[in-house]
Design a protein around this ligand. Structure first.
Ligand code: CA
Ligand code: CA
Length: 227
């Protein structure tokens, strides 16, 4: 044994072995969380975590067709449990209206919108908005479902279950999202007399961001015994 430790290479090897004897049990204790096992015991693992997000965005676009003054059009987006999937949450829902009135120069048409979220789970507030058809966005409505979500990776200390709860949508945002828009057609008194402006069409876009949280343990290699 004495001879064994006199060899510098053997000393280094032994030191390395001892180091890994500490690191590997800690690492493998945390491995189930890396592969996404959702056992309650594993979820309660405490430690320092690197929390990151994988996003998927669902979009739906449609055109209202030509609407006359005061005409309405209902746009619906159906967000199902199947689309969201297991272990995923809804970050936000956005509804965007764009229109470009090229019928006359001085009297821009407008769009007015009002949501009806009676068919959506959770306590989500209705919104109303309006804007002009000067080209591009008339208005955008955004519902933040998980407060403070920005998709950025961060490090934190604590239990996995607490981190999972932090990013939960609590089952809200499922169902039939509906925004009714009303066209407001304004006619330029000069050009309007010659060409007329009796309508406008509106491009409507829904975007829904869904995400999955993943956590990886942040290992303190310098001093593995402090875990
Ligand atoms: Ca007009
Ligand atoms: Ca028009």
């Amino acid at each position: 044994m004495q001879e064994f430790f006199q060899d510098r290479r053997n000393q280094a090897m032994f030191g390395g072995t001892v180091l890994f004897m500490f690191i590997f049990p800690i690492y493998f204790a945390l491995v189930p969380s890396l592969v996404g096992l959702d056992d309650a015991g594993v979820s309660d693992s405490s430690g320092t975590w690197s929390v990151s997000f994988t996003e998927e965005t669902f979009t739906q676009t449609e055109n209202s067709g030509e609407l006359g003054d005061g005409d309405t059009y209902d746009s619906t987006f159906i967000l199902t449990e199947d689309m969201i999937g297991v272990n995923r949450n809804v970050a936000s829902v956005t509804f965007e209206v764009s229109c470009t009135d090229t019928d006359d120069n001085l009297a821009n048409d407008e769009a007015n919108g009002e949501s009806d979220l009676a068919g959506v789970t959770g306590d989500i507030q209705d919104q109303s908005a309006s804007g002009t058809c000067g080209g591009g966005d008339a208005f955008t409505m955004t519902w933040s479902i998980v407060d403070g979500y920005d998709g950025q990776t961060y490090e934190t200390e604590g239990k996995m279950s607490d981190i999972t709860s932090r990013w939960s949508d609590n089952g809200s945002a499922r169902g039939d999202w509906l925004v009714g828009i009303t066209a407001e057609i304004n006619e330029d008194p000069g050009i309007g007399i010659i060409f007329g402006d009796d309508g406008e069409d509106y491009d409507l876009t829904w975007s829904v961001v869904v995400f999955e949280v993943s956590m990886e343990p942040v290992l303190n290699i310098d001093d593995p015994t402090t875990e």
